[in-house]
Design a protein around this ligand. Structure first.
Ligand code: SF4
Length: 323
């Protein structure tokens, strides 16, 4: 059985139940993303709704996904309506919530409900967490190769971390490819660049963003949310792991993590990415207010390459950092 999901959640439960989890965002962005958005608009999804939501809708309807776990609290204000339109098409919907107040008991209850739904014992879920943590340790190593040794590009870092939300549906295969990649990266010469960037916000819908940074001698050595998807804290307990995960909670939790990483990774500046029509654009007000290094906000709407105006803004920002 293939289980789609709208945002990172305790994926251990699905693997422990013997099913294949699929992050709908990853399928959308690596597929014919423009067409997915168009198809949803053709069905009546409004133009002024985030493209990721439209993409996920079309991905589910055009694939062999059996059920969808919708993260209805702690992710996206549009998920409720996305779930309703999918349910109307006959798709099985399973809700999951991260408690707004980051309450441990409530989160434990949510995880238990998911385990009961999939008829899986908690001990099996913990065994799976141990297995996935072995891979997550390697992702921490890859992240260090990025910010300590400058041997991994921002794009490579982004791709590995973002894909760890579902381990591409197969942890063993993912791990084998990761091992090969780490070995190859360790033997590289360090990359040459003179600006160390942090990337904040949801993963970009823009395909050539990281390449454009590198062409301009800047590398992203901190991918904030993608790193969160990779669960880098390696907590002993499953609930604690998903309590430490900052993305579903308040922007102040994110800020705490970001500030530590700005120092640790010696960032020169941050790029804060906003998705058009996303409620998280409001969080950007506070990120900008409380982050005290140079800060550039960029916005993406439709899938595709950078537009000329955003390129100019990035170039000017990087020039300003150098002089
Ligand atoms: S980018 Fe924002 S609006 Fe779009 S799916 Fe993600 S959280 Fe929702």
């Amino acid at each position: 059985m293939i289980i789609g999901f709208t945002s990172s959640f305790p994926v251990e439960v699905i693997y422990a139940a013997g099913y294949k989890p699929v992050d709908l965002n990853n399928v959308f962005i690596t597929g014919n993303a423009k067409k997915y958005v168009e198809d949803a608009e053709f069905e009546g999804y409004p133009r002024n709704i985030c493209s990721w939501i439209k993409g996920m809708y079309s991905v589910v309807l055009s694939s062999d996904i059996d059920a969808v776990i919708g993260v209805v609290e702690g992710d996206c204000s549009n998920t409720h309506s996305l779930m309703s339109t999918l349910q109307d098409k006959g798709i099985k919907i399973i809700p999951f919530s991260f408690p707004y107040n980051r309450n441990k008991v409530e989160l434990e209850k949510e995880i238990k409900e998911l385990e009961d739904y999939f008829l899986v014992e908690h001990s099996k879920v913990l065994e799976m967490k141990e297995r996935l943590d072995q891979i997550r340790k390697k992702l921490v190593q890859l992240d260090k190769l990025t910010y300590m040794e400058n041997k991994v590009t921002g794009l490579e870092n982004h791709l590995w971390l973002v894909n760890s939300s579902d381990f591409n549906g197969g942890p063993n295969n993912f791990e084998n490819r990761l091992d090969e990649f780490i070995l190859e990266a360790e033997n590289r010469e360090p990359l040459k660049f003179n600006v160390r960037l942090g990337y904040l916000g949801v993963p970009p819908i823009i395909s050539d963003l990281y390449d454009f940074f590198l062409e301009n001698d800047a590398n992203v050595v901190f991918n904030e949310i993608q790193r969160q998807f990779a669960m880098p804290y390696l907590e002993e307990n499953l609930t604690d792991q998903y309590l430490k995960y900052t993305y579903p909670y308040s922007v102040f939790d994110r800020l705490e993590d970001i500030k530590v990483e700005i120092k640790k990774r010696k960032l020169n500046a941050v790029i804060s990415y906003s998705q058009s029509f996303c409620h998280r654009q409001i969080d950007n007000i506070l990120l900008k207010k409380y982050i005290d290094i140079p800060f550039l906000t960029i916005e993406g709407d439709q899938p595709g390459d950078l537009d000329a105006r955003t390129k100019l803004r990035i170039e000017s920002f990087l020039d300003m950092l150098r002089y």
